[in-house]
Design a protein. Structure first.
Ligand code: MTE
Length: 308
C-alpha cells in the first residue's frame, strides 16, 4: 500500500470462468452436499469439494491468473508481482496455529487436526482493496466462528487478533523494516463471529497458493483487504482493542475498523469508485462493500466517519 503500481490487466477471464463453472456443476452432480474437511479428507480434496454457500455473489469471477499474480503480501516484497515470484520459500506444511489469551482451550494446534473438525464451503465474495482495486473471488474456507466456538473464549474476550508467520528466512521481505513484523490484524468479537467472516483455505477449488496467504488466511469481505491477514500462525483472544500493522505504520491513514465506505476518502485515494481487476471501467463502491444488510447492525450508533 505504500507503493502503488498500476499494472494493466486484460479483460480475458472468460475461459477460466467457463472451466470453473463447468467444474462446479460437475462437482455438484457427482458429490452431492456435505463433503468437506470434517470427513477427514485431505485439504486438497476438501477444497475441491467445497459446499456452496447462500452468502455467495453471482457476479462475474475474477480470473484465477489475476487473483494469484496481482497480490499484496509485503513479506515477499512491495510490488504486486513480488509475492507470486518470491513466495515459494514459504513452507506451509506442517503448519501450527497457536491459540492463546482469553479462552479455555489455548494451545498449539496442528492445522491438519484443526481442519478435521470443520466443513469447507465455497464463498464467492467481493474483495475491495483500499488502493481502489477490487476482485470477485471464489474462496474455499470455513466460518471463523466455528473455530472460535471450539476455543471457548471467556467473557473477557472482547477482541481477537491474528499474527502472520515471522521468519525472514522464509519471508525475505521481513528483512526490511517496511512494516513492524509480524503482520498483525484484529477484529471485535462480534465481527469475528459474524457468519460472513471466513478463514480461507483455497481459491477456485484449489488450495491457497503461498502468495495468497497459504495455508490459512482471514477473509472479511466488508472491510478493506488489508484486514484479511495471510498465513496465520497465531490467534489471540484479548480484552483490549489490538493495534494492527497498518495502524502502527500510519495511524492517520489506517484505522482499526476499516469498513469499506465510499463516503470516507483515504488521504491518498478517494473510495467512491473501484476498478475490478480484469475490467476497464470503474464501478461505484458500495457501503460495506455490498454487505450492508448482513453487517450494518454491528456498527449501530457509531460515527462511521470517525471510526475509520
Ligand atoms: N497479510 C500479510 N501477512 N501481509 C500483507 O502484506 N496484505 C494485505 C492482506 N493481507 C497483507 C496481508 C492487503 S493490503 C491486501 S489488499 C490483501 O492481503 C491482498 O490479498 P491478495 O493478495 O490475496 O489479493
Amino acid at each position: 500500500m505504500l507503493i502503488l503500481k498500476n499494472k494493466d490487466l486484460t479483460d480475458n477471464d472468460v475461459t477460466d470462468f467457463d472451466i470453473y463453472q463447468n467444474r462446479r456443476k460437475f462437482m455438484k452432480n457427482a458429490a452431492g452436499v456435505g463433503i468437506a474437511a470434517a470427513t477427514g479428507l485431505p485439504l486438497i480434496e476438501a477444497n475441491a469439494k467445497a459446499v456452496k454457500s447462500p452468502y455467495s455473489t453471482n457476479e462475474k469471477l475474477t480470473d484465477y491468473e489475476d487473483i494469484t499474480s496481482y497480490c499484496n503480501f509485503y513479506e515477499f516484497g512491495t510490488g504486486k508481482s513480488d509475492p507470486a515470484n518470491n513466495a515459494h520459500t514459504l513452507v506451509t506444511s506442517p503448519w501450527t496455529v497457536t491459540v492463546e489469551g482469553e479462552c479455555e482451550k489455548p494451545g498449539k494446534y496442528n492445522l491438519e487436526d484443526l481442519l478435521k473438525t470443520v466443513s469447507i464451503e465455497e464463498r464467492i465474495y467481493r474483495f475491495r482493496c483500499v488502493e481502489g482495486w477490487s476482485m470477485v473471488i471464489p474462496w474455499m474456507g470455513f466460518p471463523l466462528a466455528d473455530l472460535i466456538k471450539r476455543m471457548k473464549p471467556t467473557s473477557k474476550a472482547k477482541y481477537v487478533y491474528f499474527e502472520t508467520l515471522h521468519d525472514p528466512k522464509q519471508m525475505p521481505g521481513q528483512k526490511r523494516a517496511v512494516l513492524d513484523w509480524p503482520y498483525t490484524e484484529g477484529l471485535r468479537m462480534d465481527e469475528a463471529m459474524n457468519p460472513l467472516t471466513l478463514l480461507g483455505t483455497g481459491i477456485y477449488g484449489k488450495d491457497l497458493l503461498n502468495q495468497n496467504g497459504a495455508p490459512l488466511r482471514l477473509v472479511v469481505p466488508w472491510k478493506y483487504g488489508f484486514k484479511s491477514i495471510k498465513s496465520i500462525v497465531k490467534i489471540h483472544f484479548s480484552e483490549t482493542q489490538p493495534v494492527n500493522s497498518w495502524q502502527k505504520a500510519n495511524k492517520n491513514e489506517y484505522g482499526f475498523f476499516s469498513n469499506v465506505n465510499p463516503q470516507v476518502s483515504h488521504p491518498r485515494w478517494s473510495q467512491r469508485k473501484e476498478r475490478r481487476i480484469g475490467q476497464f471501467r470503474k464501478i461505484k463502491t458500495q457501503m460495506f462493500n455490498g454487505y450492508e444488510k448482513q453487517v450494518a447492525a454491528l456498527y449501530k450508533g457509531m460515527d462511521l466517519k470517525k471510526h475509520y
